[in-house]
Design a protein around this ligand. Sequence first.
Ligand code: AMP
Length: 357
Amino acid sequence: MTEPLRPGATIGILGGGQLGRMLSVASSRLGLKSHIYEPGNAPPAGQVADQVTTSPYEDTVALEAFANTVDVITFEFENIPAEALDTLEAIRPVMPNRAALATSQDRITEKDFLTGLGLACAPYANVEIADDLAKAVALVGAPAILKTRRFGYDGKGQTRLKTEADAQKAWEELGMTPSVLEGFVDFSHEVSVIGARSLSGEVVCFDPGENVHRDGILHTTTVPAKLTLSQQTDAAILTGKILNALDYVGVMGVELFVTPQGLLVNEIAPRVHNSGHWTQNGCVIDQFEQHVRAVAGWPLGDGQRHSNVVMTNLIGDEVNDVAELSKDASVGLHLYGKADAKPGRKMGHVNKITGSA
Ligand code: AMP
């Protein structure tokens, strides 16, 4: 794709959860159409998209039909099967690109890539098979965290080792699947940067947000984050380095640990990110519009923040607090249209404006 998409063009989005939904809304506000592809029934994004295909990623015929109705394809999650990508890429451009997906799908590939760029990560070692465990423990030490190389999210697929003696138990707990052993980082707090890169290579970052997790799930993101000016600059520079190295197009979330020795990269997400939801009420151009602009080949917004914000996720039946929350004129409500408020399910979020930037 070399020409910017024209109004009326269609963005294909793989995944129909809340991120796909908010990408659809952003597309619509820019005069673009959206077509959601989602294996699960009644996707939340389907309520706001122009078209929805509900079919598994193994359905080549459905994938081809989907690709033929859209101008560009993007995604809301990183675990898209390689064969599905082969099918889609043969018909339309997929952005962000395959290198970005492959890098973020596997924690070892990701850490090798990041350290190869000269960026700091927690000490890590590959645990492909049981025999690797002793060597990894000797290298990384304890305390440590064992994480599955693939398919981890919201703190799932990982377990902590207090001492080296816990290694075997941790390995069994994770299902003896290829994993990475990571040294436990004694960070003071966690921040993330939402960065974007355009088709022409322009890079823009939103201000870093400070993240607090509860039960492994993001609870709040606060901007501004507690960072010195030089840490803020470091965060933006390292994000730009990652985006450029991947020849990336779109929005990316970069999670960082803040330590006395500097910033360590925890992980990257090649998509719009929960910790970037504050931009919806803190910036003129939010992360969803920024992503749509990037994949449409349009110029990016400058990432400028006009307000201080605290974003809070509404998990499970916390969504019932909406009536009360809506009385506060400084709170922007964002609900995902999900029917069942199951425990642990992200049902919506609120952005509370806490001052001017
Ligand atoms: P992840 O799935 O890698 O994002 O990890 C989920 C959460 O676990 C992070 O947000 C941190 O709070 C914590 N965590 C992950 N890796 C480490 C580490 N190496 N040291 C300390 N805490 C960690």
